[in-house]
Ligand binder design. Sequence first.
Ligand code: APR
Length: 170
Amino acid sequence: MEISLVRGDITEQEVDAVVNAANSSLLGGGGVDGAIHRRGGPAILEECERIRSVSYPDGLPVGGAVVTTAGRLPARWVIHTVGPVFSKSQDRSGLLASCHVESLKRADEVGAESVAFPAISTGAYRYPPELAAPIAIAAVSGAGTSVEHVRFVLFDSAVHAAFEDALNAH
Ligand code: APR
């Protein structure tokens, strides 16, 4: 598996699947979630609503992942995952790792060979990038997946630097 880092917008990535930093409702939000639904169009939300009613009436648990169409995005699928909100008192690194492992499992199930991840939980969920990056890199590197290319798409330079350090240290 090849892991690469790029600065940019997750909605513009020409990969098989992009990962959405969603919330348990799967009904949209801001940040990555807002951008994916805005650019991808209503087909994504329609599938999210169906998944909610059929499989997750109480919401997608933190660390879980589900796959939908990517609608009008260049990608073919969106894999929605729910990152943990950072906590000073609780170690939620396992949940953040699970977001990556479960997303790659969904990718394998649909046959995606290239997957783009945002920096899950490092925005509204306030996970410090210097803590999140090593967790993300280790989880992806250690996942037994058929995905050949994983791309981390970083929106700002501080997060990109954290992932660069984590990738170099891995
Ligand atoms: N492309 C790539 N990265 C982006 C983009 C984008 N278009 N927009 C934001 N980011 C970056 C942020 O700068 C941050 O580093 O993605 C990272 C994750 O930020 P959020 O999108 O806020 O996701 P998260 O921290 O996981 O919080 C999820 O926010 O938008 C709501 O519905 C979402 O409730 C959920 C929560």
